[in-house]
Design a protein around this ligand. Structure first.
Ligand code: C5P
Length: 400
């Protein structure tokens, strides 16, 4: 049974008799650790009450595009960005035609168009409808656009017919949806990631640090493990659970992080530096607690080692990716760091924006390497982690 811990899933329900099974899908997704929100089309409401889904998911159910109550909780664009996966089950013939044509005539259709998340549909309809060339054509085009088609199952149908078109069983749908998070993009590679802040002690109780939450690095570690890599996550102190299938090396200071990074990088293929390393540390750490009696306290600081450039310069075949958090002239400064730190690529983000970056659950970045600049619009850090790992895999595999 695949875990879905920390995965954010929108269950989209469209009109059809199989809608009653969506309630079971929501329950079972939650049992596997997913966080679930529900969006229903007006047609789905004829078969299933939103209240049932609200009680199960623990959140208001989104139905109409102009539903003020639901929008007050989480607006539909916000919802589209929040998700890691949009799972539409059941997906009617009509709704798949809507998706195929890019129409935004319902909330669910708008969420589908707006989301950068993975998308899966579990079709459910009469066997004649399923086998109609217009429907099969739509399904094929959706698959070509990257939508995962789960099922349908074949057998006796609610209408009395027998044939293909029955919605897959909830467990099969969930197994296939979980498998979407696993890909072999970095199979056989070893990836080392630094994450979180470092803490530089001033005395036994005080330290210098920063606001890094570690969320971006942890999302990259999860995505790299899902991509089949052997992952070492070297992390400063954060408040996050260790991602599954990752080797976690906890560190406190920049010097500890450097030692762990140099050691792990020797056998690595890819090194990703997301850590917000403190630039300076105390020249000497006071043995006892520094007294607060003086009006002015002067502390002498000395520069910390640059971890990513030390690792890059001592491991020439390593594919090294850095991050540049900038508040002005983002692209120019990032390009400068790409050169001075000897990186293969740098991921730049604008920390002057309060809605992304440090501590936020979302981020918007640009990928910069010698050949290209690629923008990744605002999305959840989990989704961005997957997209950046796909980009890293693409560039790394090109060079090897
Ligand atoms: O110089 P700046 O801190 O902006 O560089 C950011 C990049 O360098 C990030 O990838 C960060 O993890 C890395 N870095 C490092 N060691 C330092 C400072 C930054 O690895 N001492």
């Amino acid at each position: 049974m695949c875990s879905l811990s920390n995965k954010r899933i929108i269950v989209g329900v469209t009109g059809g008799i199989a809608a009653y099974k969506s309630a079971e899908i929501v329950r079972r997704l939650q049992d596997r650790g997913a966080e679930v929100r529900v969006v229903m089309t007006p047609g789905a409401e004829e078969f299933l009450r939103p209240l049932t889904m609200q009680a199960l998911s623990g959140h208001p159910v989104h139905v109409g595009l102009l539903d003020e109550k639901a929008e007050a909780g989480m607006g539909h664009i916000e919802l589209a960005r929040w998700a890691d996966l949009l799972l539409i089950a059941p997906a009617s013939a009509d709704f798949m035609a809507t998706m195929m044509h890019g129409k935004a005539d319902s909330l669910l259709a708008a969420v589908y168009l707006a989301t950068p998340a993975l998308v899966a549909v579990a079709p459910a309809m009469n066997q004649g409808m399923w086998q109609h060339p217009a429907n099969l054509d739509n399904v094929e085009k959706l698959a070509q656009r990257g939508v995962t088609i789960i099922g349908p199952d074949s057998g006796s149908q609610a209408c009395g017919d027998t044939g293909p078109g029955r919605m897959e069983q909830p467990d099969t749908i969930i197994d296939q949806a979980s498998a979407m998070f696993i890909n072999g993009l970095l199979q056989g590679t070893k990836v080392v990631i630094t994450a979180g802040p470092t803490r530089e002690a001033l005395d036994p109780v005080r330290y210098i640090s920063n606001h890094s939450s570690g969320k971006m690095g942890y999302a990259l570690a999860t995505a790299a493990a899902d991509a089949g890599a052997d992952v070492v996550l070297i992390s400063g102190p954060v408040n996050l659970p260790t991602p599954e299938r990752c080797q976690h090396i906890p560190v406190i200071s920049a010097n500890e992080m450097l030692l762990a990074a140099l050691e792990s990088a020797q056998k690595a293929d890819v090194f990703i530096a997301t850590a917000a390393v403190a630039d300076y540390r105390a020249a000497s750490v006071a043995e006892g607690k520094i007294k607060s009696s003086d009006e002015v306290l002067t502390i002498k600081l000395e520069k910390n080692p640059d971890i990513v450039s030390t690792v890059a310069s001592t491991n020439e075949s390593l594919f090294v990716v850095g991050f540049a958090a900038e508040s002005a002239n983002v692209e120019n400064y990032a390009k400068g760091k790409l050169k001075t730190k000897s990186l293969n690529a740098i991921i730049a983000n604008d920390i002057s924006r309060p809605d992304i970056g440090f501590n936020s659950d979302e981020n918007e970045v640009s990928w910069i390497d010698d050949d290209s600049t690629i923008s990744f619009s605002k999305r959840s850090k989990a989704q961005l982690g997957r997209d950046l790992i796909a980009q890293i895999a693409c560039k790394y595999n090109d060079q090897n």
